[in-house]
Design a protein around this ligand. Sequence first.
Ligand SMILES: Nc1ncnc2c1ncn2[C@@H]1O[C@H](COP(=O)(O)OP(=O)(O)OP(=O)(O)O)[C@@H](O)[C@H]1O
Ligand SMILES: [Mg+2]
Length: 244
Amino acid sequence: MITLTGLVAGYGKAGDILRGVDFTAPTAAITCIVGPNGAGKSTVLKVCSGLLDPRAGQVHIGGDEISGRSPGDILRQGVVQVPQHHGLFPTMTVRENVMLGAYTRRREKERNRRRYQEITEVFPLVAERAGDKAASLSGGQRRTVEFARALMLSPRVVLLDEPTLGLDPKACAQLGASIRALKDSDVTVLMVEQNVRFGLTLAEHAVVMESGRVLHTGDAKALLADPDMARLFFGAAPEHSEPS
Ligand SMILES: Nc1ncnc2c1ncn2[C@@H]1O[C@H](COP(=O)(O)OP(=O)(O)OP(=O)(O)O)[C@@H](O)[C@H]1O
Ligand SMILES: [Mg+2]
Protein backbone atom coordinates (compact mmCIF):
# COMPACT_ATOMS: atom_id res chain seq x y z
CA MET A 1 0.00 0.00 0.00
CA ILE A 2 1.23 3.46 -0.85
CA THR A 3 -0.47 6.54 0.61
CA LEU A 4 -0.06 10.13 -0.53
CA THR A 5 -1.18 12.82 1.88
CA GLY A 6 -1.47 16.52 1.07
CA LEU A 7 1.32 16.27 -1.47
CA VAL A 8 2.59 19.59 -2.84
CA ALA A 9 5.49 19.58 -5.32
CA GLY A 10 7.00 21.51 -8.20
CA TYR A 11 10.18 22.11 -10.15
CA GLY A 12 12.86 24.65 -9.30
CA LYS A 13 11.60 28.11 -8.52
CA ALA A 14 8.41 27.64 -10.55
CA GLY A 15 5.05 27.41 -8.83
CA ASP A 16 3.51 24.25 -7.43
CA ILE A 17 2.61 21.55 -9.95
CA LEU A 18 0.99 19.20 -7.41
CA ARG A 19 -1.37 21.23 -5.27
CA GLY A 20 -2.49 18.88 -2.53
CA VAL A 21 -2.67 15.30 -3.78
CA ASP A 22 -4.29 12.65 -1.58
CA PHE A 23 -4.97 9.02 -2.43
CA THR A 24 -4.11 5.45 -1.43
CA ALA A 25 -3.10 2.66 -3.79
CA PRO A 26 -3.85 -0.64 -1.97
CA THR A 27 -1.68 -3.75 -1.84
CA ALA A 28 -2.12 -6.56 -4.37
CA ALA A 29 -4.09 -4.28 -6.68
CA ILE A 30 -3.54 -2.07 -9.68
CA THR A 31 -4.25 1.64 -9.34
CA CYS A 32 -4.27 3.71 -12.52
CA ILE A 33 -3.86 7.49 -12.62
CA VAL A 34 -5.53 9.13 -15.61
CA GLY A 35 -5.97 12.75 -16.65
CA PRO A 36 -5.05 15.24 -19.34
CA ASN A 37 -1.48 16.09 -20.42
CA GLY A 38 0.27 18.21 -17.84
CA ALA A 39 -2.07 17.17 -15.01
CA GLY A 40 0.90 16.12 -12.88
CA LYS A 41 0.64 12.34 -13.23
CA SER A 42 4.33 11.74 -13.94
CA THR A 43 5.20 14.23 -11.21
CA VAL A 44 3.31 12.08 -8.70
CA LEU A 45 5.45 9.07 -9.68
CA LYS A 46 8.65 11.15 -9.44
CA VAL A 47 7.80 12.10 -5.87
CA CYS A 48 7.00 8.46 -5.03
CA SER A 49 10.37 7.26 -6.39
CA GLY A 50 12.30 10.11 -4.73
CA LEU A 51 13.40 11.85 -7.94
CA LEU A 52 11.55 14.96 -6.72
CA ASP A 53 11.21 16.08 -3.09
CA PRO A 54 7.75 17.24 -2.05
CA ARG A 55 7.36 20.81 -0.76
CA ALA A 56 4.69 19.63 1.64
CA GLY A 57 2.84 16.44 2.46
CA GLN A 58 4.01 12.85 2.80
CA VAL A 59 4.25 9.51 1.02
CA HIS A 60 3.97 6.38 3.16
CA ILE A 61 4.34 2.74 2.20
CA GLY A 62 2.65 0.68 4.84
CA GLY A 63 3.59 2.56 8.01
CA ASP A 64 6.92 3.94 6.75
CA GLU A 65 7.35 7.48 5.51
CA ILE A 66 9.48 7.56 2.35
CA SER A 67 8.98 11.16 1.21
CA GLY A 68 12.10 13.32 1.31
CA ARG A 69 14.44 10.29 1.27
CA SER A 70 16.97 9.67 -1.49
CA PRO A 71 16.00 7.52 -4.51
CA GLY A 72 18.43 4.83 -3.29
CA ASP A 73 16.82 4.78 0.14
CA ILE A 74 13.36 4.56 -1.38
CA LEU A 75 14.48 1.69 -3.61
CA ARG A 76 15.72 -0.13 -0.48
CA GLN A 77 12.30 0.49 1.07
CA GLY A 78 10.85 -1.54 -1.81
CA VAL A 79 9.65 1.05 -4.32
CA VAL A 80 10.76 0.28 -7.88
CA GLN A 81 10.05 2.30 -11.00
CA VAL A 82 10.23 0.24 -14.18
CA PRO A 83 12.19 2.22 -16.81
CA GLN A 84 10.29 2.75 -20.02
CA HIS A 85 12.81 2.73 -22.84
CA HIS A 86 15.78 0.59 -23.76
CA GLY A 87 15.76 -0.86 -20.28
CA LEU A 88 17.52 -4.11 -21.23
CA PHE A 89 21.09 -4.83 -22.27
CA PRO A 90 20.55 -6.27 -25.77
CA THR A 91 23.71 -8.42 -25.92
CA MET A 92 23.12 -10.00 -22.50
CA THR A 93 20.82 -12.96 -22.05
CA VAL A 94 17.34 -12.75 -20.59
CA ARG A 95 18.56 -14.45 -17.40
CA GLU A 96 21.50 -12.05 -17.03
CA ASN A 97 19.20 -9.06 -17.53
CA VAL A 98 16.77 -10.33 -14.91
CA MET A 99 19.57 -11.10 -12.43
CA LEU A 100 20.84 -7.52 -12.79
CA GLY A 101 17.70 -6.49 -10.93
CA ALA A 102 19.36 -7.81 -7.77
CA TYR A 103 22.62 -5.95 -8.40
CA THR A 104 22.44 -4.09 -5.09
CA ARG A 105 22.07 -7.48 -3.31
CA ARG A 106 24.53 -9.34 -5.57
CA ARG A 107 26.37 -10.97 -2.66
CA GLU A 108 23.23 -12.83 -1.59
CA LYS A 109 23.73 -15.55 -4.21
CA GLU A 110 21.44 -18.17 -2.70
CA ARG A 111 18.64 -15.68 -2.10
CA ASN A 112 18.91 -14.39 -5.67
CA ARG A 113 18.86 -17.91 -7.13
CA ARG A 114 15.66 -18.64 -5.20
CA ARG A 115 14.10 -15.33 -6.18
CA TYR A 116 14.92 -15.92 -9.85
CA GLN A 117 13.21 -19.30 -9.62
CA GLU A 118 10.06 -17.72 -8.17
CA ILE A 119 10.05 -15.08 -10.91
CA THR A 120 10.20 -17.69 -13.68
CA GLU A 121 7.00 -19.06 -12.19
CA VAL A 122 5.34 -15.63 -12.42
CA PHE A 123 6.73 -15.01 -15.92
CA PRO A 124 7.22 -18.35 -17.75
CA LEU A 125 8.66 -16.41 -20.70
CA VAL A 126 11.80 -15.77 -18.63
CA ALA A 127 12.43 -19.49 -18.25
CA GLU A 128 11.58 -20.22 -21.90
CA ARG A 129 13.98 -17.57 -23.24
CA ALA A 130 16.54 -17.55 -20.38
CA GLY A 131 19.57 -18.20 -22.61
CA ASP A 132 18.50 -15.94 -25.50
CA LYS A 133 19.93 -12.47 -26.01
CA ALA A 134 17.51 -9.70 -25.03
CA ALA A 135 17.91 -8.27 -28.54
CA SER A 136 15.98 -11.26 -29.90
CA LEU A 137 12.79 -10.40 -27.97
CA SER A 138 9.74 -8.54 -29.25
CA GLY A 139 8.74 -5.21 -27.68
CA GLY A 140 6.11 -6.81 -25.47
CA GLN A 141 8.46 -9.60 -24.39
CA ARG A 142 11.11 -7.02 -23.46
CA ARG A 143 8.61 -5.21 -21.29
CA THR A 144 7.85 -8.52 -19.56
CA VAL A 145 11.56 -9.08 -18.86
CA GLU A 146 11.82 -5.53 -17.49
CA PHE A 147 9.05 -6.36 -15.04
CA ALA A 148 10.75 -9.61 -14.11
CA ARG A 149 13.94 -7.69 -13.38
CA ALA A 150 12.02 -5.19 -11.23
CA LEU A 151 10.72 -8.12 -9.15
CA MET A 152 14.23 -9.37 -8.26
CA LEU A 153 14.38 -6.98 -5.30
CA SER A 154 10.98 -8.23 -4.04
CA PRO A 155 9.46 -4.75 -4.26
CA ARG A 156 6.45 -3.68 -2.25
CA VAL A 157 5.45 -1.05 -4.81
CA VAL A 158 5.99 -0.96 -8.58
CA LEU A 159 5.57 2.37 -10.42
CA LEU A 160 4.82 2.36 -14.17
CA ASP A 161 4.67 5.52 -16.28
CA GLU A 162 2.79 4.87 -19.53
CA PRO A 163 3.86 1.26 -19.99
CA THR A 164 1.97 0.87 -23.30
CA LEU A 165 3.86 3.71 -24.99
CA GLY A 166 5.06 2.53 -28.39
CA LEU A 167 3.55 -0.96 -28.12
CA ASP A 168 1.23 -2.46 -30.73
CA PRO A 169 -2.11 -4.03 -29.62
CA LYS A 170 -0.67 -7.55 -29.35
CA ALA A 171 2.22 -6.36 -27.19
CA CYS A 172 -0.25 -4.34 -25.09
CA ALA A 173 -2.24 -7.51 -24.40
CA GLN A 174 0.96 -9.30 -23.32
CA LEU A 175 1.87 -6.33 -21.16
CA GLY A 176 -1.57 -6.40 -19.54
CA ALA A 177 -1.00 -10.02 -18.54
CA SER A 178 2.43 -9.12 -17.12
CA ILE A 179 1.03 -6.27 -15.04
CA ARG A 180 -1.64 -8.60 -13.66
CA ALA A 181 1.08 -11.09 -12.78
CA LEU A 182 2.89 -8.35 -10.86
CA LYS A 183 -0.24 -7.62 -8.88
CA ASP A 184 -0.84 -11.31 -8.19
CA SER A 185 2.61 -11.53 -6.61
CA ASP A 186 1.32 -9.23 -3.83
CA VAL A 187 2.75 -6.01 -5.16
CA THR A 188 1.10 -2.59 -5.14
CA VAL A 189 1.03 -1.42 -8.76
CA LEU A 190 0.68 2.32 -9.33
CA MET A 191 0.54 3.17 -13.01
CA VAL A 192 -0.07 6.17 -15.23
CA GLU A 193 -1.66 5.45 -18.58
CA GLN A 194 -2.54 7.69 -21.54
CA ASN A 195 -4.46 4.76 -23.02
CA VAL A 196 -7.35 5.26 -20.61
CA ARG A 197 -9.35 2.29 -21.84
CA PHE A 198 -6.39 -0.05 -21.41
CA GLY A 199 -5.46 1.35 -18.00
CA LEU A 200 -8.93 1.32 -16.49
CA THR A 201 -9.80 -2.11 -17.87
CA LEU A 202 -6.68 -3.51 -16.24
CA ALA A 203 -6.87 -1.62 -12.94
CA GLU A 204 -9.10 -2.09 -9.91
CA HIS A 205 -8.79 1.51 -8.74
CA ALA A 206 -8.77 4.80 -10.62
CA VAL A 207 -7.42 8.21 -9.72
CA VAL A 208 -8.43 11.10 -11.98
CA MET A 209 -6.09 14.09 -11.87
CA GLU A 210 -6.36 17.53 -13.39
CA SER A 211 -4.17 20.60 -12.82
CA GLY A 212 -2.22 19.06 -9.97
CA ARG A 213 -5.25 17.91 -8.02
CA VAL A 214 -7.24 14.70 -7.59
CA LEU A 215 -10.72 15.13 -9.08
CA HIS A 216 -11.99 11.64 -8.40
CA THR A 217 -10.94 8.32 -6.88
CA GLY A 218 -12.93 5.11 -7.16
CA ASP A 219 -13.56 1.82 -8.88
CA ALA A 220 -11.81 1.74 -12.27
CA LYS A 221 -14.54 -0.24 -14.07
CA ALA A 222 -17.24 2.05 -12.72
CA LEU A 223 -15.34 5.07 -14.03
CA LEU A 224 -14.96 3.42 -17.41
CA ALA A 225 -18.68 2.69 -17.55
CA ASP A 226 -19.83 6.12 -16.33
CA PRO A 227 -20.90 8.13 -19.40
CA ASP A 228 -20.70 11.44 -17.54
CA MET A 229 -17.15 10.80 -16.38
CA ALA A 230 -16.23 9.58 -19.84
CA ARG A 231 -17.62 12.74 -21.46
CA LEU A 232 -16.06 14.98 -18.87
CA PHE A 233 -12.54 13.58 -18.94
CA PHE A 234 -12.15 11.77 -22.22
CA GLY A 235 -14.35 13.78 -24.57
CA ALA A 236 -16.58 10.82 -25.48
CA ALA A 237 -17.79 7.54 -24.07
CA PRO A 238 -14.96 5.02 -24.53
CA GLU A 239 -15.67 1.92 -26.58
CA HIS A 240 -15.57 -1.35 -24.77
CA SER A 241 -12.50 -3.53 -24.98
CA GLU A 242 -10.62 -5.92 -22.73
CA PRO A 243 -6.90 -6.43 -22.60
CA SER A 244 -6.50 -10.22 -22.71
N1 LIG B 1 11.53 18.73 -15.10
C1 LIG B 1 10.57 19.67 -15.15
N2 LIG B 1 10.87 20.99 -14.98
C2 LIG B 1 9.91 21.92 -15.02
N3 LIG B 1 8.59 21.66 -15.20
C3 LIG B 1 8.24 20.39 -15.38
C4 LIG B 1 9.20 19.31 -15.35
N4 LIG B 1 8.55 18.15 -15.55
C5 LIG B 1 7.25 18.48 -15.69
N5 LIG B 1 7.06 19.81 -15.58
C6 LIG B 1 5.76 20.51 -15.66
O1 LIG B 1 4.89 19.98 -14.68
C7 LIG B 1 3.55 19.88 -15.19
C8 LIG B 1 3.07 18.44 -14.97
O2 LIG B 1 3.89 17.59 -15.73
P1 LIG B 1 3.76 16.00 -15.66
O3 LIG B 1 4.85 15.47 -16.48
O4 LIG B 1 3.66 15.57 -14.25
O5 LIG B 1 2.33 15.82 -16.36
P2 LIG B 1 1.62 14.49 -16.86
O6 LIG B 1 0.25 14.48 -16.23
O7 LIG B 1 2.48 13.31 -16.64
O8 LIG B 1 1.43 14.80 -18.41
P3 LIG B 1 1.56 13.82 -19.69
O9 LIG B 1 0.22 13.14 -19.79
O10 LIG B 1 1.77 14.77 -20.82
O11 LIG B 1 2.69 12.89 -19.47
C9 LIG B 1 3.60 20.31 -16.63
O12 LIG B 1 3.14 21.64 -16.72
C10 LIG B 1 5.07 20.25 -16.98
O13 LIG B 1 5.41 21.21 -17.92
MG1 LIG C 1 3.51 12.00 -17.90
